[in-house]
Design a protein around this ligand. Structure first.
Ligand code: AMP
Ligand code: GLY
Length: 425
């Protein structure tokens, strides 16, 4: 089987790394890929938003499965275009990707299908939005409707801050066109977890849960990022919570999307708040999490290729539930200084291979490139993802930090407290 992976991050490297272990997979192609993916197969300098070029590549290379990593191309309809040319694709249509691309769509969908989520209202008018804030209790949650790279959410402790958030998003367009509409919702107390389920348009198969760290600095301080580290499994995500999530959230979503003529194929990433009344949905993403995926792939014992193929082809009902290793996994994200605002690019990275060679450790490449001399350099904000397996979460975290310490990269930084919540509880 020839697989084409679309994307260039640590998530895509982790998917390629796992697929490369499958006896069913003969070739891993990627576009645009990164140095990690380049070690697994050919890469093509086509960006994830170059839909026509990617379709031409899939046809020319006669790929048997296209795996789309990031949300951008999904929202642009890459899966639809690939389906039109008959290429099996793992990833939802643009209509189904609305679950991530529009928070207003997602919240209204939840209301239509009685899926537990925070109470909310959608506005495009600041006066009405502020009047609604007057009827709610702090903290207030104000969100831009569209895709904002995980940054379009403001949690306001006071009414003044919430009013300002409304103005910043609707008038000042802090998040660009993503902020043409806003969602105001009630604050959900509890602990967060990310849960992943494969979907084939009709049914869903649970994968596993992870927890990530969105803030840039230790102690959950600093600006929000795409994610600075993750671990799996998530101790708060017990089997009972998983079953409740499948029954009340994931399966009603898959059935509801099918009933509304937007069958969802691919992976549903549910951002959940685990509350005393059970799991509630904070948001949906329509792809694997980055860096959550980097913790899931090393834990997955089963072959990934037939699972992705079954999701792509509507065959999940006949697939066997995936098996997981007993070990925990932890991922530490090494980011370039200045990330997330203005990462400094170009610095030299040494020692990634030495870390990758350690027993139980895998270094996934994200924003890296090789220069003319073959030297690894920073080429993005999140640069390397050091992942380790351990008998316990503590062992996994300790090993990941030991490996990270072998990487000689003065141009980067990482959090020193990945896993703190689970390790302290
Ligand atoms: P989102 O992009 O919707 O996942 O929101 C980003 C982050 O904001 C989430 O990971 C939560 O930490 C927080 N958040 C979003 N919505 C809520 C909510 N209703 N209650 C509490 N925290 C929230
Ligand atoms: N780590 C969060 C995300 O991928 O959206």
């Amino acid at each position: 089987m020839r697989v084409l992976i679309v994307g260039s991050g640590g998530r895509e490297h982790a998917l390629g790394w796992k697929l490369a272990q499958s006896p069913l997979v003969s070739d891993i192609l990627s576009a645009p890929g990164n140095p990690g993916l380049a070690a697994l197969g050919r890469t093509f300098p086509i960006k994830a938003d170059q839909t026509a070029e990617l379709c031409a590549l899939a046809a020319r290379e006669q790929v048997d499965l296209v795996v789309i990593g990031p949300e951008g191309p999904l929202a642009l309809g890459l899966a639809d275009r690939l389906a039109q040319i008959g290429a099996p694709v793992f990833g939802p249509s643009a209509a189904a990707a609305e679950l991530e691309a529009s928070k207003a769509f997602m919240k209204d969908f939840c209301a239509r299908h009685a899926i537990p989520t925070a109470d909310f209202k959608v506005f495009d008018d600041a006066v009405r939005a502020k009047a609604y804030l007057g009827t709610r209790e702090p903290p207030f949650v104000v969100k831009a409707d569209g895709l904002a790279g995980g940054k379009g959410v403001i949690i306001a402790q006071t009414r003044g801050e919430a009013d300002r958030a409304v103005d910043e998003i609707l008038f000042l367009r802090k998040f660009g066109t993503a902020g043409q509409r806003i969602v105001i919702e009630d604050f959900l107390p509890g602990e967060e977890a990310s849960f992943f389920a494969l979907c084939d348009g009709e049914t869903a198969l649970p994968l596993a849960a992870a927890q990530d760290h969105k803030r840039a600095f230790d102690g959950d301080k600093g600006p929000n990022t795409g994610g600075m580290g993750a671990y799996s499994p998530a101790p708060i995500f017990t089997d009972a919570v998983r079953d409740a999530t499948m029954e009340r959230i994931i399966l009603p979503t898959v059935r509801g999307m099918a009933a509304e003529g937007r069958p969802f194929k691919g992976v549903l990433f549910a951002g959940l708040m685990v509350t005393p009344e059970g799991p509630k949905l904070i948001e949906y993403n329509v792809r694997f999490g980055d860096p959550e995926c980097q913790t899931l792939m090393p834990r997955l014992e089963s072959d990934l290729a037939p699972l992705l193929m079954a999701a792509a082809q509507g065959d999940l009902a006949r697939a066997t539930a995936p098996a997981w290793r007993a070990e925990s996994a932890a991922t530490i994200v090494l980011a370039a200084h200045g990330y997330p605002d203005e990462p400094l690019l170009g610095s030299i990275i040494r020692g990634a291979n030495a870390a990758d060679g350690m027993d139980g450790v895998t270094v996934f490449q994200a924003g890296t490139r090789r220069d003319e001399d073959g030297q690894l350099r920073a080429a993005g904000g999140r640069v390397l993802n050091v992942t380790a397996l351990g008998a316990s979460l503590k062992e996994a975290v300790d090993l990941a930090y030991e490996a990270a310490a072998r990487i000689d990269w003065p141009g980067g930084f990482y959090r020193r407290d990945i896993g703190w919540r689970a390790l302290n509880s």
